[in-house]
Design a protein around this ligand. Structure first.
Ligand code: NAD
Length: 297
């Protein structure tokens, strides 16, 4: 069913996601606070509005793709007051679980349907329409959101009730941050022991050390030619974004009383890396700091 969609937040992710909704036959009107994002969206052929309220006027579904929880609460508060009951709201930003639940409550108070649906797959996945969506919300809200999410992504999972999508996202990315540091430490130790990168890769990639950080995103050049290590550690997935997600995981762990010592240490390590001026590098470049080549180890 073709829908009329208001899309707020047309940045690196939101712009191409909105374009994929248009390609799927939906009517989309977008808004962003930044003139540059609006201009890029306009150049890509997207209809843009002068405000968030104007973008969602007449829409039966709304998608937001914003930097952090406070932006989502601000926009959803403004929109919820204006939207008719029954409107579907989807937030695909990566935000803290508490803010996600607050956003759901704002929608519910107005009789709207809501889904938190953060993504993995990065800007490449957003352009190609191959993102993975992790969704939280009621069954009816998810059923309505699913075709829209499928227009922007390849894999769509319903993870549970309000906030479950954000919970899945930060748990996954906490595994990723910890595992990347583990793989980097192993390569740095192997170097000191005179072990070649190729030999360590050949063994670990078919042994119990095997993981995504090794076999898809190998932090040294050579074994996996497509990994950012082969391109000067250009992101990819920037260290600053990994730090953001590790912070969200620690905030959730503290609020829920979960013990995550390695998640906490991974956050400290990425924080030092970002403080030393490497936030724009791919997160696998953390190997340089672990070798003592970039910032403090
Ligand atoms: P971005 O900074 O490129 O885009 C965010 C946009 O939101 C900006 O254009 C900004 O102007 C706009 N914005 C902020 N406040 C607004 C408001 N009140 N009204 C309208 N527009 C507003 O960020 P991005 O890379 O597109 O990421 C968006 C979200 O997706 C973040 O939560 C991020 O963590 C998450 N994410 C990003 C990636 C990635 O690789 N970039 C991957 C997965 C998830």
């Amino acid at each position: 069913m073709a829908r009329t969609i208001g899309f707020v937040g047309l940045g690196n992710m939101g712009g191409p996601m909105a374009a994929n909704l248009v390609k799927a036959g939906h009517t989309v009107r977008g808004f962003d606070l930044a003139a540059a994002s609006l201009a890029t969206a306009r150049e890509a052929g997207l209809a843009v509005a002068g405000s968030a309220l104007e973008a969602v006027a007449g829409a039966d579904a709304v998608v937001t793709m914003l930097p952090a929880g406070r932006h989502v609460i601000e926009v959803w508060t403004q929109l919820a007051e204006a939207l008719p009951a029954g409107t579907l709201l989807i937030d695909s930003s990566t935000i803290d679980v508490e803010s996600a639940r607050t956003a759901h409550a704002l929608a519910q108070a107005r009789g709207c349907l809501s889904v938190d649906a953060p993504v993995s797959g990065g800007t490449g996945g957003a352009k190609a329409g191959t993102l993975t969506f992790m969704a939280g919300g009621g069954a009816e809200a998810f059923a309505q959101a699913e075709p829209l999410l499928k227009a922007m992504g390849k894999n769509v999972f319903h993870c549970g009730e309000a906030g479950a999508g954000q919970a899945a996202k930060i748990c996954n990315n906490m595994i990723l941050g910890i595992s990347m540091i583990g793989v980097c430490e192993a390569f740095a130790l192997g170097e000191k022991l005179g072990l070649s990168h190729e030999a360590l890769y050949d063994v670990a990639s078919v042994s119990s050390g095997q993981c995504w950080s090794l076999t898809t995103y190998c932090p040294v050049p050579g074994p996996v030619p497509t990994s950012p290590a082969n391109a000067g550690y250009r992101p990819g997935f920037a260290a600053a974004l990994m730090l953001k997600d590790l912070r969200l995981a620690q905030a959730a762990a503290n609020a829920a009383g979960a013990t995550t010592p390695l998640g906490a240490e991974a956050e400290r390590i990425y924080d030092r890396f970002a403080q030393a001026g490497h936030g724009d590098e791919d997160f696998s470049a953390i190997i340089r700091m672990l070798r003592g080549q970039a910032g403090e180890a």
